[in-house]
Design a binder for this molecule. Sequence first.
Ligand SMILES: N[C@@H](CCC(=O)N[C@@H](CS)C(=O)NCC(=O)O)C(=O)O
Length: 225
Amino acid sequence: MIEVTAFKWVPPFAQGSVRDIRVRWALEEAGLGYDDRLIGLEDRTTAAYRAVQPFGQVPAYRDDTVEMFESGAIVLWIAQGSDQLMPADPAGRAMVMTWLFAAMNSIEPFVAELATIDLFNAEKDWAKARRPEVEAAVRKRLADLQAALGPRRWFANDRFSAADILMTHVLRDLRHTDILTDFPALADYVARCQTRPAFRRALEDQMTPFRTEEAKNPALTGGTA
Ligand SMILES: N[C@@H](CCC(=O)N[C@@H](CS)C(=O)NCC(=O)O)C(=O)O
């Protein structure tokens, strides 16, 4: 039995990009069923949840063999058991790991800094002063990333893999900007990945509980209860 911990509800800006979608997507691609364990934002600080996820974040994951946190590690774990997400040969597996970590370590920090400014601090003086430099750094990374992709469809071994799940999710966090339109090969890549049925199911499964909570409590979306 596989269980993925996710939030019951998050504010609209985060809906569709909470990191459990990485794990849901990997499981869908691998053809593995799972249960979601939905927690409230208030559960983040409980001792019981901190024992599962030391930072009080989602996702957390468990199956019959392991208990884990960190979405990248979880996706890698799932991929190691799935031909759909990682080829069998050592060189091919190494290339998937390389691009998976490139997404998290070489691209995500830049994208995350921009998102932190835009989504949480846009009106602050320090954010206004810093933003141009941060956007320039993002654009430089994207230019290098687009050059690395070249005419290929996927990042590792010219076939879809776990690395594409991480890379797509990281690049999705630019969707509040129009930056990707200046990188058409990356924009096409993200669009290609997002049309995969496994992604659509993962997105739907993340969003469904949010809609349920909002129907129960209209105040969450600014309506009256
Ligand atoms: N490095 C962690 C980051 C997890 C993370 O940032 N989760 C966010 C949702 S996308 C969260 O739980 N935020 C709530 C909080 O930090 O209190 C991972 O990839 O699993």
